[in-house]
Design a protein around this ligand. Structure first.
Ligand SMILES: [Zn+2]
Length: 469
């Protein structure tokens, strides 16, 4: 068995891990690279392997950095199936359609502006038609806890899914690979969630003996605050903003973070812990995904049933929550004279409607920019987080005078303690590969893990590195 780390290797985006065994080529995730635009163009346009030689893909979850280059696979000749949970299949379609639409509008904008200066026209990585071809390849597989069945790939390789507790439908994959009559077991966490996040269940512990584990390590050097403290802080921010008549501008991921925020704000409103401030969710993509959440309550945790489910209450709608679909409605928000909160994508402020809200509001010291998620290197969100001013939006410079508040402990990723516990619960571990991380986070985790698991070999593979077992 050979594993090659083709993405999310010493970086947090572009997840792609190739497993090769006796002529069978299995790809774990096929994610979009997000970050530096020149590098992103290179990595997202050209796959580092021959797509037609890949036999199957297992998709851990529907975040773009895990599913975003599946259409490039199809375009380049991949003929196999893409295995994922039912919720992942539904959500990934929306994520990929949105990605294709953004690529088209970015290309149209770029091409319209370079028409007269001799630069080459650019084309999208893929189109809406390519995405629909991906959707036809999805083969849905339930969590093992529901089906009690492994899924066979070729007679020698089979896999099962555990709930990763990261976003709706996210899965940890355990693979059994038979070579020369010997079964080798390995697991890939995809992205791992946390125990106390709202809505979703905690990550399930792997029951098999797993000598080889590919584990995400996004927050390997950090300890998150308890979610209860974050909810308290959100409550205080909203109450403070109402007193100072501030606007709260919230860049948030359409998948996961927006639904969590709606859920928490709904609870706080029901408890009369916050006044009924108008809360606008300005993301048609998030609205589509929230609809998938609304019919997927079988994935939800016990707390959901206590908060809403047992009463038959819909968790994602309440009186002062307004979904904004049209561009006109979105623009009209900026004429409002009363304080409000607007939650919009993209979560790292790299595109989407959040840019218009930032343009209008970032210069006013009375306003609040509330950062609610991970901000990758080179993104606009990271610059805002690091206090860069002025910032560039659509070619123009804007001074940042608004108050920046970071609430990213709502992260859907495990922290150092969670990761240490997860690896510790994995029996038979010999080789631990830390993927999906920036190097300082992985090194901090490695240092702590080495003192806990002296017998485990811990590696932080670089992009393109291969290992054989
Ligand atoms: Zn993820």
């Amino acid at each position: 068995m050979k594993i090659t780390f083709w993405g999310a290797a010493q970086t947090v985006t572009g997840s792609k891990h190739l497993i090769q065994s006796e002529g069978y080529n299995l790809l774990l995730d096929c994610g979009f690279y997000q970050g530096d635009r020149v590098v992103a163009d290179q990595l997202n346009r050209n796959l580092p392997f021959r797509a037609e030689q890949i036999d199957a893909v297992i998709l851990s979850h529907a975040h773009l950095d895990h599913c975003g280059t599946l259409p490039v696979m199809i375009r380049d000749g991949f003929k196999g199936r893409i295995y994922c949970t039912g919720a992942t299949a539904e959500i990934a379609r929306f994520i990929l359609l949105n990605s294709a639409a953004i690529q088209k509008s970015d290309c149209d904008y770029h091409n319209a502006h370079i028409r007269n200066n001799g630069q080459a026209l650019i084309t999208p990585f893929y189109t809406i038609e390519d995405v629909e071809k991906v959707v036809k390849r999805f083969q849905t597989v339930p969590y093992f806890s529901k089906s009690n069945k492994w899924t066979d790939l070729n007679g020698n390789i089979r896999f099962k899914f555990y709930d990763a507790g990261h976003i709706l439908g996210s899965a940890v994959t355990v693979l059994e690979i038979k070579e020369n009559g010997i079964v080798k077991t390995m697991a890939y966490t995809g992205d791992l969630g946390r125990d106390d996040l709202p809505i979703l269940r905690s990550p399930e512990i792997i029951q098999e003996n797993v000598p080889t584990l590919l584990m995400e390590c996004t927050y390997g050097g950090r300890i998150h605050r308890p979610v209860a403290e974050v909810i308290e802080q959100l409550k205080n921010i909203v109450n403070g903003a109402v007193r100072t008549k501030s606007r709260i501008i919230v860049p948030a991921f359409s998948l996961g973070r927006i639904q969590e925020l709606i859920y928490i704000l709904h609870n706080l409103t029901d408890q009369k812990a916050i006044p009924p401030l108008p809360i606008y969710v300005d993301s048609p993509l998030a609205d589509d995904i929230t609809k998938v959440f609304s019919h997927s309550t079988e994935y939800f945790d016990d707390q959901f049933w206590k908060d809403f489910g047992n009463e038959g209450e819909a968790p994602f709608s309440f009186i002062n929550l307004i979904n904004v679909r049209s561009v006109e409605e979105s623009k009209a928000l900026n004429n409002m004279k009363i304080p409000f909160m607007v939650i919009a994508a993209s979560g790292m402020a790299e595109g989407g409607r959040i840019l218009h809200h930032l343009k209008k509001n970032v210069g006013d010291p009375n306003n609040i920019i509330l950062i609610t998620g991970y901000q990758a290197e080179h993104t606009l969100g990271r610059k805002i987080l690091e206090g860069v001013t002025p910032i560039r939006i659509y070619g123009d410079l804007y001074d940042v005078r608004a108050k920046i508040i970071v609430l990213n402990e709502l992260s859907a990723h495990a922290d150092q303690n969670d990761l240490l516990a997860y690896a510790g619960h994995t029996s038979g571990l010999i080789n631990l590969f830390l993927v999906h991380n920036e190097l300082p986070q992985a090194l901090a985790f490695k240092k702590r893990a080495e003192s806990s698991f002296a017998e485990v070999h811990i590696d932080i593979p670089a992009m393109g590195k291969s290992v054989e077992f």
